[in-house]
Design a protein around this ligand. Structure first.
Ligand SMILES: [Fe+2]
Ligand SMILES: [Fe+2]
Length: 339
């Protein structure tokens, strides 16, 4: 019999008692089982072995303490594992999904301030938008389109999340709500003379591609971490700041566009997308999903905090890449094959 599946320190999930006729009994919540010593093992040794299965001894310890050989110990323990009577006795240590998410959000928010908003793109947009070349604003729209157009690459990867039917249903709803959002933004490029066909022939900046690929990788390899990033991608840049005519600007970028009087034909489709996002409350998607996550272990949480840095570096690079590339008006708005 293969014994590779034995726990390192076997724990018997039953109380050992001796029956009226001296037989060994295992009392479990599900009932009483009468068990017999294997051939060649005395009843006393058998009972002693069962009583030592308290999750503190290795197979080697059990051999030493009972004087039985390893083969005999395994002959008792292995069938008990198969019947579900013996496991490693570990009590899973987990925090609630929302508690883990709120600690992760602390890290993400701090990084958002330190890396993203303190970076050259957002400082320019928030503090002195009039000094930026207009192509930077258009470039922001274009790179957002590339991101939205490829969003299904990562959103679709979590559709089959096996852990819970409820999570799966919510992710499917989110996917449906995001579907074809690229078409809303597309209308913003009409005043630039950029069509959908032009965009399909063009390619995003390497920093945009890096963000898309990083998210795609996580959606496939660490789907709940990807789910945690949705709140950042969908909502944190929102602001309630008023536009020049007193309407809600929807986010800081649109507020800056209003401030410098950018062509409404470009700005309004971008605002329409922001409005749809706000209407679906996509900034709360991560929280709604994590409210259904039963528990997250400590090691996973630690890993997510490490990944938060990498994610925010990729996110900051996405914005700063826009400033760096589109600040130079000699560069065409679209990067096509002949560049
Ligand atoms: Fe969207
Ligand atoms: Fe959205």
């Amino acid at each position: 019999m293969s014994v590779n599946f034995l726990p390192v320190k076997p724990f018997l999930r039953a109380t050992v008692r001796i029956g009226e006729k001296g037989e060994a009994e295992l009392h479990t919540p599900g009932g009483v089982l009468e068990v017999e010593a294997p051939e060649g093992m005395g009843q006393r040794d058998f009972l002693r072995l069962l009583r030592l299965l308290d999750g503190s001894r290795t197979i080697g310890d059990l051999e030493r303490e009972t004087g039985l050989d390893g083969e005999a110990v395994r002959e008792v323990v292995a069938p008990a594992v198969v019947w579900g009577l013996v496991d490693d006795g570990a009590v899973p240590v987990a925090s609630s999904g929302l508690a883990v998410l709120s600690r992760l959000e602390d890290v993400l928010n701090r990084l958002l301030e330190d890396l993203v908003f303190a970076g050259p793109f957002w400082r320019g947009v928030l503090e002195r938008p009039e000094t930026l070349h207009r192509n930077v604003f258009f470039g922001f729209g274009l790179e957002n389109w590339f991101f939205l157009f490829r969003e299904n690459e990562f959103d679709s990867a979590v559709l089959a999340l096996a852990e819970s039917a409820e999570l799966r249903a919510m992710l499917n709803d989110f996917y449906q709500e995001e579907h074809r959002h690229d078409d809303i933004v597309l209308r913003a490029f009409q005043p630039l003379g950029v069509t959908r066909d032009d965009l399909l022939r063009a390619r995003p900046l390497p920093t945009t591609t890096a963000l898309i690929k990083t998210l795609s990788w996580w959606a496939r390899t660490d789907p709940l971490f990807f789910v945690a990033t949705i709140g950042v991608l969908e909502g944190r840049l929102d602001s309630d700041s008023d536009g020049p005519d007193g309407r809600i600007a929807y986010d800081s970028f649109l507020a800056a566009c209003d401030r410098i009087g950018l062509d409404p034909a470009f700005v309004e489709p971008m605002r329409a997308h922001a409005r749809v996002n706000a209407g679906h409350d996509h900034g709360s998607v991560s929280r709604e999903l994590f409210a259904r996550v039963p528990g997250v272990d400590e090691e996973t949480e630690r890993r997510w905090h490490d990944k938060a840095h990498l994610f925010m570096e990729a996110y900051a690079a996405f914005f700063n890449g826009i400033l760096e590339h589109y600040s130079d008006p000699r560069r065409p708005l679209l990067r096509t094959g002949d560049i």
